[in-house]
Design a protein around this ligand. Structure first.
Ligand code: RB5
Length: 141
């Protein structure tokens, strides 16, 4: 099973904790790279920590949560080899695994509810990459 690295800033801390507990209960190998409370902090620090780990280990995937998910996705996608997908619906979560082989999922705590967020996480983790013509396009990035 893949190892999951999860992180957030203060704006995503509560949702990150919910996701961490959910995935731990399901038996996933998951590690929390911070932050560890709701004190104000800088999302690029956490995006880079997770993106650097995922970019050097094909057996890892990442989940990043901030207020909107946007800052995390912008920062993570600056790292070579990272395909971070910001999702607010399960269709996008499924398609970004099938077509983009995304290796980091970004979520916005202030955008979606916890129930939808957990559905998105489960969908993303349980969907595989289709390969074929999609790999050719990824190779062009
Ligand atoms: C923090 O207030 C907020 O800017 C951050 O969590 C995120 O939404 C940035 O994109």
């Amino acid at each position: 099973m893949q190892k999951i690295i999860i992180a957030s800033d203060h704006g995503g801390f509560n949702l990150k904790t919910t996701i961490y507990n959910h995935l731990s209960e399901l038996g996933y190998d998951i590690e929390d790279y911070g932050c560890y409370n709701t004190d104000s902090c800088d999302y690029p620090v956490y995006a880079q920590k997770v993106a650097n780990a995922v970019s050097t280990n094909a057996q890892m995937c990442g989940i990043l949560v901030c207020g909107t998910g946007i800052g995390m996705s912008i920062a993570a996608n600056k790292i070579n080899g990272i395909r971070a997908a910001l999702c607010s619906d399960t269709f996008s979560a499924r398609m970004t695994r099938m077509h983009n082989n995304s290796n980091i999922l970004c979520l916005g705590e202030r955008v979606i509810g916890q129930g939808l967020a957990l559905d998105i996480v489960d969908t993303w983790l349980n969907t595989g990459f289709e390969g074929g013509r999609h790999q050719k396009r990824i190779d062009m990035i």
